[in-house]
Write a protein that binds this ligand. Structure first.
Ligand code: SF4
Length: 215
């Protein structure tokens, strides 16, 4: 992302700007790489969630993936294992991806928050705003063709809206200044509780696959 635009964007959110530590020959900003970003997240104390986490949950997957799947925050098992979308919800996400011809290893999976909110409560707006620059950096490194926001909380935080998930589905949104196409669908944990909505999730996945094919 253009450094000036990024600075303005973060300033509008009331956040500090990322500062590159080094410059490439010719004065071009080098920016952070994956290992540096991961170590910054692991050491992060920007919000109070650092005090209660077992570990940060950075994200997992192919660093050259075309698809970026984004959930809201780590749950108890993710906090223990350090990986997003594990357990039954993770297995269902894997099945959803397989249904559109993607293995889990072919996509990149991350959350809006890198630390677990105690008791699996929803992220607060402040926590989401504090953590979102890390996801922005992941997107800058990954350069995905499409983002799939899973669940209402992720979608609302990524799109800065309080519109219901039902009204956000089946549309092409665009994320942040990078303007990556973004499609919204249900969280697999919700689908485990409400299997009758799996058909709608399947429609969303097909819709997202079509969007990706056109990018
Ligand atoms: S949730 Fe994000 S901003 Fe808060 S401490 Fe964890 S990594 Fe830092």
């Amino acid at each position: 992302m253009n450094p000036a635009l990024r600075h303005d964007y973060l300033a509008a959110l009331g956040l500090e700007s990322w500062v590159a530590r080094t410059a490439a020959p010719g004065g071009r900003e080098a920016g952070v790489d994956w290992p540096e970003l991961k170590s910054r997240v692991a050491a992060c104390t920007r919000c109070a969630l650092c005090a209660s986490r077992t570990q940060t949950v950075f994200g997992v997957g192919d660093p050259r993936a075309q698809w970026l799947v984004v959930g809201e925050a780590p749950g108890a098992e993710e906090d223990r294992q350090g990986e997003p979308f594990v357990g039954r919800a993770g297995q269902l996400l894997n099945s959803m991806l397989r249904a559109i011809g993607l293995a889990r290893e072919q996509v990149y999976i991350a959350n809006v928050l890198k630390c677990r909110p105690p008791g699996n409560r929803d992220p607060s707006p402040t926590e989401a705003a504090q953590c979102l620059p890390y996801l922005e950096q992941q997107i800058a490194l990954l350069k995905p063709k499409i983002m799939l926001a899973v669940g209402r909380i992720a979608a609302q935080n990524l799109l800065h809206t309080d519109v219901t998930l039902g009204r956000l589905r089946q549309q092409v949104h665009h994320f942040g200044l990078s303007q990556v196409p973004l499609v919204v669908t249900y969280h697999p944990a919700y689908l485990l509780r409400t299997p009758t909505d799996k058909r709608k999730a399947w429609e969303d996945l097909k819709f997202a696959r079509g969007v990706c094919a056109r990018v």
